[in-house]
Each structure stands twice: as C-alpha cells, then as structure tokens.
Ligand binder design. Sequence first.
Ligand code: UD1
Ligand code: UDP
Length: 383
Amino acid sequence: MNKCKVLCVMGTRPEAIKMAPLVLELRKRPEIDCRVCVTAQHREMLDMVLDLFGITPDYDLNIMTPSQTLCTIAARVISGMEGVLRDFAPDVTLVHGDTTTTAAGALAAFYCGALVGHVEAGLRTYDRRSPYPEEVNRMMAGAICELHFAPTENNRQNLLRENIREGITVTGNTVIDALKYTVRDDFAFRTAAAADAVASGRRIVLLTAHRRENFGRPHDNIFEAARQLALRFPDMVILYPVHPNPALNRRAHEMLDGIENIVLTKPLDTDEMHNLMARSTLILTDSGGLQEEGPALGKPVLVLRRETERPEAVAAGTVKISGTETDDIVRDASALLTDPVAYAKMARAVNPYGDGRACERIADAILFHFGLRDTAPADFTGR
Ligand code: UD1
Ligand code: UDP
C-alpha cells in the first residue's frame, strides 16, 4: 500500500477542537496522507479553531447560512462531500461526534463507497429527543462506521449493546489532547472581558448555553438563575460567551444585559476559553465539551440539562446534573459558592475522559487496520 489516505471531516467548533490535535498527529505520520474537509456548518466559530491550530482546510464546503435548518445542513453536506470524496478517494474518512455534519458526512462517505471511522463513538443518553438531534446523529454514525474510536470503556459497552462488535478501540477523548495544547500557567488573555474578569480577583463563574432542546423556557430558566445568582453573590462575576445563534443571542442579551456582574461576550478563542476555565471557580453549562474539560481542569461543572451522555464524571463526583429549573440551578450553585467542604469535594482533577494520548491511539489503530503497523494500540483504561 502507498500512503494511507485519511480524510478528516469537521463542521462545527467542538468537532474542530477535538479533531485538530488528531489532524496534527496524523500529519506527523509518514505512512499517512491526511487531508481536511470542513463543511463550515459553523463559519466564524470553526475558523477561530482552525487558526489556533494552524490548520488550512484542503476542502471547504462553506455551507453555513443564518438560522439554517437541520435539513438544509444535511442536504448541503451530502451533496458537497460527493465531489471531495471523488477527488481525494480516501482509504478512510473520519467524522467526529454527534453533529449533523457528522451524520451526513458519514452517510456521504458510505454512499461513495468509503470506509468510515467515528471519533468519539459510543456516547448515548438513550433518549432520542435529548440531546436533539445529537443522540440520533450518533446512532446513525455508529451504524454507518466500521472503525469506532470510543473515548471510554463505558462508550465501548454502549456500542456492544447495539451489536457493534468489530473495529472498536478505546482511545480516551481527543479533547484532553487539545487541553495539553492550549492551557498555560502564564497565559495572557487578549479579550477584555476575560482579562478584566481575571484581573478583578473576583470569583469567576463561567456560563455557556446553546442546546436546541433548551431553546425557549429552559434557556429562560437558566438566564433567570444566572440573574438571581449574580444578585446573591456580588463578589463573583458570571462570564457568558454567547453562541452566535441569532435568536438565542437576542434572548440572552434581553434577559442579562445591565446586571453589573454578568458579562456577555462574543465566543472566545479556544485557548482563551480553556485558560479561563482553568481560572474559574465554577462552570454552568449545557455544552458537551465543557463536561469533559471541567473535570480535567479540576473545576466543578453543573450540567444545565436533564441528562448526560457523559456519565463518567458524574460517577466520579465532579459533575452534577442540575437540570433546567431555575430553583435547582440556584440551589446547586449557591451550595458550591458558600460551602467550602462541598466545593472541595467536587473540585478535584479527575480524568475519566482521557490521558492526552487519544490521537496517538487513533493514528496507531488506523495504521494497524491497514496493515501498516504490527500491533493494535493498547486501550485507554482510565487508570
Ligand atoms: C451545532 C450542533 C451541536 C453543537 C453545536 C456546537 C447540530 C445539529 N448541532 O449546533 O451539536 O453542540 O453546533 O456549538 O449539528 N452561527 C454563526 N456563526 C458560527 C456558528 C453558528 O453565526 O460560527 C449561527 C448561524 O446563524 C447558524 C446558527 O448559529 O445558523 C446555528 O448553528 P447550527 O450549526 O445550525 O447549530 P448549533 O446550535 O450551533
Ligand atoms: N468554547 C470555545 N469558546 C467559547 C465557548 C466554548 O472555544 O466561547 C469551547 C469549549 O471549551 C469546548 C467547546 O467549545 O471545547 C464546546 O463546544 P460547544 O459548547 O459549542 O459544543 P458542544 O460541546 O456542546 O457540542
């Protein structure tokens, strides 16, 4: 075999953050020709990450439109990828996670006859409507792909329950590899909101909220909780980098502007975000990625959702599901902000999601699959 041709597909901010260290690893391997296809389901938020990691896409489908729908995203990804797959003819196409880029990208690659690999495979809530549509996107990717890079043993077990038995490697989550790239003790913040919050010496509570199933009343409840917490704890500042979705952005500003210790900013560059997390007291979020990053950085995370597909850190006691009712969020956050013993219990650095070597294992597993390496990589065990 000549070089093994690997096509990495990504479309949104979280996919880029978690695929970027993998692209860098694959490009280090002399046996691999790695190309990057971005769907640009996200535009600015994707480009911020590509710039940070110094990645120039080989193919850019540039599909994003304001207030796009799931159907238009899927249709544009599938039709756009056909030409890319014909042009590069990859030996393996890698998709990541649970977005509509992931599911549609995997389907396009399969329809074009390619072998498909799923990075961050096997996460499940077993509720098809939550997270929506991500749970079903993941199941579709699982059904289509032949190589499954499961972050944890629990994720592998989920795949086995669906009779997916071949091609699984337990790798750890590549987001832990990304943190090694971004977090620095001497990091200098560029964005005024972040720099001012750190310089103020106040306790920082970092908030993010963007999930589709939380649109409407759940997000209103979350914003109301933020308002009440800000009034109750004037010694702290809530920093909220707001997702650019126009409707969500408008509502966040409507409900939270004008409160002295709540700061709304544009999305932060990922190196700023990770370093700000490392300097925060508490993280409130409905995001997936922050549930993995918080524990690795020793920061308690309250999940603003009814469930999680990432139960490992809940079991370890460093993440708690607070839900989307205002009173529950205020109660859980207040307990952590007032009770040092409760806080210390949750503020422990644990790494159930990885050891920073996930990308190495994925690259090794690909080489092994194509007979370019004698041994399969040892699974990540979390120990
Ligand atoms: C998507 C993913 C979600 C992931 C999230 C990460 C799906 C179905 N959802 O949801 O799993 O958690 O990304 O953030 O794939 N926009 C911009 N600039 C950007 C990005 C978005 O203006 O750089 C605006 C656009 O108006 C766009 C809207 O945000 O139409 C929504 O983006 P979209 O990708 O459809 O959904 P997300 O909520 O971001
Ligand atoms: N993130 C970022 N800048 C921000 C907010 C989040 O770089 O302003 C990072 C965050 O650290 C994590 C990822 O984006 O790595 C999470 O992405 P998001 O919340 O958009 O999606 P999810 O993980 O919920 O799919």
